[in-house]
Ligand binder design. Structure first.
Ligand code: SAM
Length: 278
């Protein structure tokens, strides 16, 4: 019998958020694969858990996965944790979990905190559909390009941001999305200095500049999606062909011109050319 890989969510700040099931799992498994063994060691000693720890981070994941897979295949049970929250959510573990599936090893998620859902639950912004952007690129040009690509996104956009870039990131968001887009900052969620602030983007930038939202700690940002109707994408040749199947060419060109704003004569000529190519 092969073992089981448990993917265990741990607190994002408040230790009381470790679920009883997570604690039992960490106690019961043969070993725990942790992003930072010292960090997880402190969590384990707080809860009196003595299970051996194994380091698994972005830099050694490929090598360590082989070792852990061998243990799982032998029948050992392994818990995967990250420094905070849910593993694989902007955290290591992807290779281990996909490797487990590839080797027909049972994968069991032990649900718990995740900064994305914690922030969404407190934001008071639309949550029926959202997209998770994770960390935006650190370099300014790449970050601005990414933000520009999101301007017409209709879902709420969840972003992780580091304290070093929080102000620049907000300035870029205001420049691209405008002053008034409703947004949210979740700072130090579940911790002593927790702040949950919902305001238009420019208001949040002002609060950051004035120190009402201190540039300290960990941040999740949420920006409401655009309510603009996306531009209709239309293939003019397809439209002309479809219309010409049912109508005389001149009428087809006239209707296509009305629908697209293109010149009726140009479309008529285009239609004749398409017919020639048949
Ligand atoms: N796996 C984690 C999760 O489930 O949320 C995320 C890990 S990612 C490396 C760390 C980022 O998550 C931080 O930079 C911050 O954007 C966000 N984050 C984590 N804990 C947070 C908290 N307590 N308050 C606000 N944001 C937090």
């Amino acid at each position: 019998m092969t073992g089981t890989l448990f993917v265990v969510a741990t607190p994002i700040g408040n230790l009381e958020d470790l679920s009883p099931r997570a604690r039992q799992t960490l106690e019961a498994v043969d070993l725990i694969a942790a992003e930072d063994t010292r960090h997880t060691g402190r969590l384990l000693s707080h809860f009196g858990v003595k299970t051996p720890l194994f380091a698994l981070h972005d830099h050694n994941e490929e090598k360590v996965v082989q070792t852990l897979m061998a243990e799982l295949i032998k029948g050992k049970s392994v818990a995967l944790v990250s420094d905070a929250g849910t593993p694989l959510i902007s955290d290591p573990g992807y290779r281990l979990v996909s490797g487990a599936h590839a080797n027909a090893i049972r994968v069991v998620p032990v649900a718990g905190p995740c900064a994305v859902t914690v922030a969404l639950s407190a934001a008071g912004l639309p949550t029926d559909r959202y997209c998770f952007e994770g960390f935006l690129p650190a370099k300014q040009k790449a970050r601005r390009d990414r933000i520009a690509a999101l301007v017409r996104e209709s879902r709420s956009i969840v972003i992780y941001e580091s304290v070093h870039r929080i102000r620049d990131c907000f300035a870029d968001l205001v420049a691209a999305f405008g002053d008034d887009r409703p947004a949210f900052v979740g700072r130090e969620l579940t911790k002593m200095h927790e702040q949950c602030v919902q305001a238009p983007l420019a208001g949040l930038l002002r609060q950051l500049d004035e120190g009402d939202i201190p540039a300290k700690g960990e941040f999740v940002l949420i920006v409401t999606g655009s309510d603009e109707t996306p531009a209709l994408s239309l293939d003019i040749d397809d439209l002309l062909r479809d219309l010409a199947e049912h109508l005389p060419p001149k009428t087809a060109a006239k209707i296509a011109a009305n629908a697209t704003g293109e010149s009726r004569n140009d479309l008529y000529r285009r239609l004749l050319m398409l017919a020639d190519r048949k």
